[in-house]
Design a protein around this ligand. Structure first.
Ligand code: F6P
Length: 353
């Protein structure tokens, strides 16, 4: 193996953006350059930059002043180079193009910062003979093998603040307010922001809800003199498919608001938080997590620990084999103590016990 001093590394950010990406780029790049004497290259727009050979050499200066900045200085995309229908039989396949570009530049490792899809692709690249290391990021916190992903804490803060603010309108107008939170097929963000924001009802994909339970719970609150309720809904909960001619927006939040108003007769309004949850400066906790994982990633490269993901377990940084991560989803376990603790506070999860 080459000594780390002569190593060249590439970094890319793929999938949806989230707070902390730049902190991670800085953590990896600065440690790689300053501690290990490596050359650092940044690829633009996720895996697209690897396919099209679009990169820039990053100096330590380029990686300064970005710790607190949201988004990603490298850009991102949802490009999936192994997707079969992207192949064209008259030109080289995208994975072949990637291999050629990596070899031409002489990269010893490509660091792939991203979510589940990114880790899956990174593992395929490793199997194709390209050294990779994965770094987990997402506001969804749904990556297997790590306790936390950076982006999650910032998004919990944003969604909680939104729920706090929605309380004032709910109280003033005596309305039922439904707040739809992101999270893809996992309920982490909804559960954490829902508990932190004091949501009366929290609906997550992992706990199937019953329409009748929602109606009973909200009417019971009304009869007990609580004329408003906050319903925090994960975007990934099951909603019935649209029927022919039905005009309903397929969003979970809109659907839940519609059925609550219909079933209870109480004025109900939906708010879809959307991309605001992914935007802006990372929270201090996310800055720290991204910096820790970034710095550890450079160490992993220097030790030749390829084909692994830098992860956080019990507050320690560890290397987890990408083979174990790829293709899995970390959802909220039904026995998570927080769920029962919230139930003890009379929070409704839409299901009968
Ligand atoms: O994975 C992060 C996430 O923000 C999810 O919570 C959401 O479902 C998805 O990305 C939306 O991403 P986009 O619209 O950028 O494809």
């Amino acid at each position: 193996m080459t000594s780390s001093k002569n190593m060249k590394i590439g970094i890319l950010t793929a999938g949806g953006d989230c707070p902390g990406l730049n902190a991670a780029i800085r953590g990896i790049g600065k440690t790689a350059a300053l501690k290990y004497g490596m050359e650092v290259y940044g690829f633009s727009s996720g895996y697209l930059g690897l396919v099209n050979n679009e990169y820039k050499k990053l100096s330590v200066r380029d990686m300064s002043g970005i710790l607190t900045v949201g988004g990603t200085i490298l850009g991102t995309s949802r490009e999936k180079p192994f997707k079969k229908n992207d192949y064209n039989k008259y030109i080289r396949s995208k994975p072949e193009q990637i291999k050629e570009n990596v070899e031409k530049l002489g990269l010893d490792c490509v660091v792939c910062i991203g979510g589940n899809g990114t880790m899956k692709t990174a593992w395929k690249l490793q199997q194709a003979g390209i050294n990779v290391i994965g770094v987990p990021k997402t506001i969804d916190n749904d990556i297997w093998g790590t306790d936390r992903t950076f982006g999650f804490d910032s998004a919990v803060n944003i969604a909680t603040e939104a729920i706090d603010r929605i309380h004032t309108t709910a109280n003033s107008h005596k309305r039922i307010m439904v707040v739809e939170v992101m999270g893809h097929d996992a309920g982490w963000l909804t559960l954490f922001s829902g508990v932190a924001g004091g949501g009366d009802v929290i609906l997550i994909p992992e706990i199937p809800y019953e329409r009748a339970v929602l109606k009973e719970y909200i009417l019971k609150r009304y009869e007990e003199g609580k004329p408003y309720s906050i319903v925090v809904v994960a975007e990934g909960i099951n909603v019935p498919p649209k029927k022919n001619g039905e005009k309903r927006n397929k969003s979970a939040g809109n659907y839940i608001a519609e059925i609550i108003q219909k079933d209870t007769g109480l004025e109900t309004r939906p708010t879809i938080l959307g991309y605001i949850q992914r935007g802006g400066s990372p929270s201090p906790a996310d800055r720290i997590l991204a910096s820790k994982l970034g710095s550890y990633t450079a160490q992993m490269i220097s030790e030749g620990k390829f084909g692994h993901m830098a992860a956080s377990k019990n507050n320690k940084v560890v290397a987890v084999p990408l083979k174990e991560v790829a293709g899995k989803l970390k959802v909220v376990p039904a026995d998570l103590p927080l769920i029962n603790q919230a139930r003890a506070l009379d929070t409704c999860f839409g299901a009968r016990l």
